[in-house]
Design a binder for this molecule. Structure first.
Ligand SMILES: [Cu+2]
Length: 407
């Protein structure tokens, strides 16, 4: 009997990720059965509502418990699981099948770290100029196996490119509207009203373009999004992305502690290189246009980092740039298992605004920096997810695969 993979059953004390169902105690088995049924049913129902739902039924499931037929013979079911109450499929509570990332044109694993630093040049006054080019395009994207969403995108991806600059840089963004309706890029940051990216100030019509220009400030973990009306429609369709402004360490010269933190935040320094940094944009998708989300995720693809856990070296600290752009639901959250973290609300301070917490909530457009250390932990898969259970079951579920030579 091949073991059944249970990625959603996160036991930090269990090193193997594969557990024989025969070893499960009845209580956990009942628990699993209930939650699997709930999560599985939701995703399967969704798949059925799509026009291309076949991918939910890939035939490469592990044998044995892939069957959901009641009354499977005892010989094929030595653990005695009651299939009438369970739906243990390959991947358990997570999605089944594969998203075609190549077709999407973006990959959730690469998206974690693919900072866009722009084209860099030096201005006569010595400042750094960073120039970006962003195009709005309409594009169908696959957000869970077989579930497609008619997105509006920046540069063909959702979330849009993670723009990363340094405090004090002059930022110039040429925004080209290649769609059939007006759009903008509204940046969260300090800038003039002319550059705000709202109707009347930087809203190019179809086929037109606009160039935004401002000095990057304040440092922090920020975002940009379309601010055309109706706003909730333009945002939930996928027009958003992260905008990170690294602190300029030279501005912290008078405080050695802040200087060290600023150096560790500034991409390109040896101090920053020691960190494992990831961008995580919490989002949702209304796939049946009822103004509620049917899929939740970090960086758009349901269960992406559960099916493919994020490998981290426990000897190096983790820094997550966390942004919430979820439409319709007022609050989203980030909850870590088996560990606690420090948090910097908006990323605009160099000392934590919350210390030693394991859950943080964010309203729409709220964001912050999460700093985690697994240095003292044993290896394993450490789960993190929205603590709204519904969001987790519908896609916002992830794991760190912690490894290394630590304690
Ligand atoms: Cu728009």
């Amino acid at each position: 009997m091949p073991p059944v993979k249970l990625p959603q059953l996160h036991l930090t004390r269990l090193k193997p990720t594969k557990v024989n169902p025969g070893q499960l105690n009845p209580t956990r088995r009942r628990l699993l059965g209930g939650s699997l049924l709930a999560g599985g049913a939701s995703l399967l129902a969704l798949a059925g509502s799509g026009s291309r739902a076949q991918a939910q039924n890939h035939d490469n499931h592990q044998a044995g418990y892939a069957a959901d037929t009641p009354g499977t013979s005892p010989a094929a079911n030595p653990a005695g699981l009651d299939h009438s109450k369970m739906r243990l499929k390959h991947g358990a509570m997570t999605t089944v099948g594969e998203v075609d990332h190549a077709r999407n044109g973006f990959h959730p694993v690469e998206m974690l770290t693919d900072w866009d630093r722009g084209v860099v040049s030096r201005l006569p006054d010595g400042r750094t100029l960073r120039e970006f080019e962003v195009t709005a395009e309409e594009k169908e994207i696959e957000i869970a196996p077989g579930i497609f969403f008619p997105a509006w995108t920046y540069n063909g991806r959702v979330p849009g490119p993670t723009l990363r600059v340094t405090e004090g840089d002059l930022v110039r963004i040429r925004f080209i509207n290649n769609t059939s309706m007006p759009h903008t890029m509204h940046f969260h940051g300090i800038h003039s009203a002319r550059m705000d990216g709202v109707p009347g100030a930087g809203e190019p019509m179809p086929g037109e373009e606009f160039t935004y220009e401002f000095e990057a400030k304040p440092f922090g973990c920020h975002l940009y999004h379309c601010h055309s009306f109706p706003l909730k429609r333009h945002m939930q369709k996928g027009l958003y992305g992260a905008f990170i402004v690294d602190p300029d360490p030279e501005k912290q010269r008078d405080n050695p502690e802040n200087y060290a933190v600023a150096r560790s935040r500034l991409l390109g320094t040896p101090e920053n290189d020691h960190w494992q940094e990831f961008i995580m944009v919490m989002n949702g998708f209304d796939t049946n246009f009822d103004e509620e989300n049917e899929i939740y995720a970090v960086n758009s693809i349901a269960h992406a980092y559960s099916n493919d856990p994020i490998r981290v070296d426990k000897t190096r600290p983790i820094r997550v740039y966390l942004v919430n752009v979820t439409e319709f639901d007022p609050i989203n959250s980030f909850h870590l298992h088996g560990n606690f973290f420090d948090y910097y609300d908006h990323g605009t301070t160099l000392s934590p605004t919350h210390r030693i917490i394991d859950t943080v909530m964010q309203c729409q457009a709220q964001r912050g920096i999460v700093e985690i250390s697994f240095a003292e932990h044993e290896d394993g898969h450490y789960m993190f997810h929205a603590h709204q259970a519904e969001f987790a079951e519908l896609g916002w579920m992830s794991h760190f695969q912690v490894e290394g030579e630590g304690a």
